[in-house]
Design a protein around this ligand. Structure first.
Ligand SMILES: C[S@@+](CC[C@H](N)C(=O)[O-])C[C@H]1O[C@@H](n2cnc3c(N)ncnc32)[C@H](O)[C@@H]1O
Length: 263
């Protein structure tokens, strides 16, 4: 059993680099959302296979593996900014001629996008400085007729966490997540058309609230725990939530899936 102080220490740590090794074990929602995105992409195989594809924020390659299988005739640039993630990708695709691992900061367009038929970005735009302007930048760079496939956890995620924070009289300290207004912002560009957009609720069950918070930490997303008050608040929230849901904790993720086409 962890003490209060070790619980806080444990949940505080953050950084995709530090947690690259444990990412796959805890990335349950990313596995589900990535699979859904790639099932959707099956409908685009005839249009895209054989042309270059750029994946941004590829992490450990959960989506890259699907892309490799779906588009065997395409050259795939799988990119990230985390050195530890890039090392995993390099190791994983060392023997593949079609997979090219590269550092790309998704905040802005990269030259490689100018010849790509598709940009793919799963569970990464929420880490960008200005997601709408980054997506607009990518769309401005890809050729006419190319696509952009994006999935992300939306602002309506974690209603149970928000509710329990309110009940426990502590502030909600989850990261700010983009909502559907992101789509409206991107569509202001007249050279962009909306092909597909859904926002679907996916629920995951955890043995306890601390297991949920650990799952956030163990994919590297971490929690904002900068001061003693924040630490005490989190411990209070964990206790209240586990008293409220004694058997298991259910957490809802609002998953957006978006397909855009450059006109
Ligand atoms: C939650 S993980 C998603 C990984 C993978 N796409 C998946 O679905 O499992 C977010 C990834 O985005 C990367 N990332 C964060 N900021 C980034 C940026 N500005 N440019 C590119 N990648 C970034 C992180 O290093 C991490 O690998």
């Amino acid at each position: 059993m962890m003490t209060d102080e070790t619980t806080v220490q444990f949940l505080r740590n953050r950084g995709f680099d530090a947690f690259a090794g444990s990412y796959d074990r805890y990335a349950r929602i990313q596995q589900t959302a990535g699979l859904r995105l790639c099932e959707l992409m099956e409908g685009y195989v005839d249009d895209i296979n054989g042309y270059p594809i750029v994946e941004l924020g590829a992490g450990t390659g959960i989506v890259s593996d699907h892309l490799k299988r779906l588009f065997p005739a395409s050259d795939l640039i799988v990119s990230d900014i985390s050195p530890a993630m890039l090392e995993i990708l390099n190791h994983k695709y060392a023997t593949s001629d079609s997979m090219h691992v590269q550092y790309i900061d998704a905040n802005r367009a990269d030259a490689s996008m100018s010849i790509s038929k598709a940009i793919v970005c799963a569970f990464t735009i929420q880490w960008l400085d200005n997601p709408a302007s980054s997506i607009t930048d990518w769309l401005n760079t890809i050729p006419v007729g190319s696509y952009c496939f994006v999935t992300w956890p939306g602002e309506k995620s974690f209603p149970e966490w928000k509710h329990m924070a309110e009940v426990s009289c502590v502030p909600y300290t989850g990261n700010k997540l983009p909502g559907a207004t992101l789509v409206d912002a991107v569509l202001e560009d007249e050279n962009v058309s909306l092909v597909y957009h859904t926002a679907e609720d996916i629920q995951l069950e955890f043995d306890s609230s601390i297991d949920f918070f650990k799952s956030i930490r163990d994919i590297g997303a971490g929690l904002e725990l900068h001061d003693p008050i924040a630490n005490r608040n989190l411990l209070r929230l964990i206790r209240m939530w586990d008293m409220h849901d004694r058997e298991a904790v259910t957490v809802t993720h609002r998953i957006h899936t978006l397909v855009l086409k450059k006109l």
